[in-house]
Design a protein around this ligand. Structure first.
Ligand SMILES: [Zn+2]
Length: 368
């Protein structure tokens, strides 16, 4: 089986060594290692999700929520010891029924096209001899525009949540009924303010809803830019150039055996868009990512884990073979829809937590 991209490349030798290590790991896993919970079937797949992976203490924005580099390094060491890290190509074959995943199979996924992935993640993955799958919103390198999702991350890194909430309410009051029409603050708070995120407080989650999907798009952009200027204070374009990988870096990743997948063009909540706009976003992403993917068999990672039946129908027709969500479970390829595969967060694994054990145990209980 061909796991990695072929073609003229100066690192063929290291890929051969890498493939050999993968084979050894697989053999050790099948014949030697015990299943962690004692009863994991062959086609179970742990999918781990990463976002920022950087040296936070030495970064310009240490408040950004990410996995700190020493912890990332430790985690990859832990995962490659305790699990069998598989490639996306193997996951696709397993979903097609052409390959049986080893016990404790685990896939590493990285969202949003951050330069962190090139600078910090890829070298560590390569040293460990494992593959990562990188899902890149095409706009990041095609236009060097700061995505709304990142604008908000940087605002959150610099603001106190209660103060930020007050700022957002104030601006919503200011614009309501002038150029934009949307429900009152109290009504929206009742609908979105009572939700609790896995890693976010109620205030933070509310601000995310308002500025990522609920308010009209033009207003979201205006408020985000205003708050970005207030709390971050650097030109957006400059930060975009610092934050995302370039096209050449993405090509280098692919040459090093990493897998590249689709994460939309504009990083929209695809399931909340009018169908025409949803299709246009996917078409645009596929056109820009053409050189990085196999147009007849590519992998989707829904921004914000958001999708609906129309999204699935459309990507299926456009050649998508797997889709990853943010539902928190262990995937079972024999049972789950291939377009609705769940993932765990890197915070669910050591050294951050032992949540993966609890999640696995709960699922076993439910199955019984
Ligand atoms: Zn994303």
């Amino acid at each position: 089986m061909r796991l990695f991209v072929k073609g003229p490349n100066p690192i063929n030798d290291s890929i051969v060594i890498w493939k050999e290590r993968c084979r050894e790991q697989r053999a050790a896993c099948i014949y030697g290692k015990r299943d962690i919970m004692g009863n994991i079937s062959g086609n179970k797949l742990y999918v781990v999700m990463y976002h920022y992976t950087r040296d936070l203490a030495h970064s310009r924005y240490p408040g950004i929520k990410g996995l700190d580099l020493p912890l990332f390094r430790e985690q990859i060491g832990f995962l490659s010891q305790r699990f069998h890290i598989v490639t996306m190509e193997e996951a696709i074959l397993a979903a097609n029924g052409q390959y049986k995943l080893p016990e404790n199979a685990l896939l590493l996924t990285f969202d949003d096209g951050y330069i962190d992935h090139f600078t910090y993640a890829m070298p560590i993955l390569e040293e460990e001899g494992v593959q990562g799958s990188f899902f890149i919103p095409a706009k990041t390198f095609a236009e060097h525009c700061l995505l709304d999702v990142n604008k908000l991350h940087y605002i959150l890194a610099g603001a106190v949540p209660q103060k930020l909430l007050a700022d957002v309410f104030e601006r919503m009051d200011y614009y309501r009924g002038k150029e934009f029409d949307f429900p009152g603050n109290k009504e929206l708070w009742e609908q979105y303010g009572t939700k609790v995120g896995r890693f976010d407080s109620g205030e933070v989650l509310f601000v995310k809803y308002m500025l990522q999907t609920v308010l009209p798009e033009a207003l979201r952009k205006r408020i985000s830019s205003d708050l970005f200027e207030k709390y971050v204070g650097v030109p957006e374009e400059q930060l975009a150039y610092e934050l995302y990988m370039t096209e050449e870096q993405i090509r280098t990743m692919k040459r090093h055996g990493m897998y590249i997948g689709i994460h939309g063009y504009d990083h929209y909540w695809l399931g909340n868009l009018p169908e025409e706009q949803m299709r246009a976003d996917i078409d645009k992403a596929l056109a820009v990512m053409d050189g990085f993917i196999d147009s007849k068999s590519w992998v989707m990672n829904y921004p914000y884990g958001n999708y609906n039946d129309q999204v699935i129908e459309y990507i299926k027709n456009r050649g998508c073979c797997l889709g990853f969500t943010t539902e928190v479970r262990v995937a079972v390829l024999d049972r789950d829809s291939r377009y609705r595969l769940p993932r765990l967060d890197c915070n669910d694994f050591p050294p951050k937590s032992e949540n993966y054990m609890r999640i696995q145990a709960e699922e076993i209980k439910e199955d019984q």
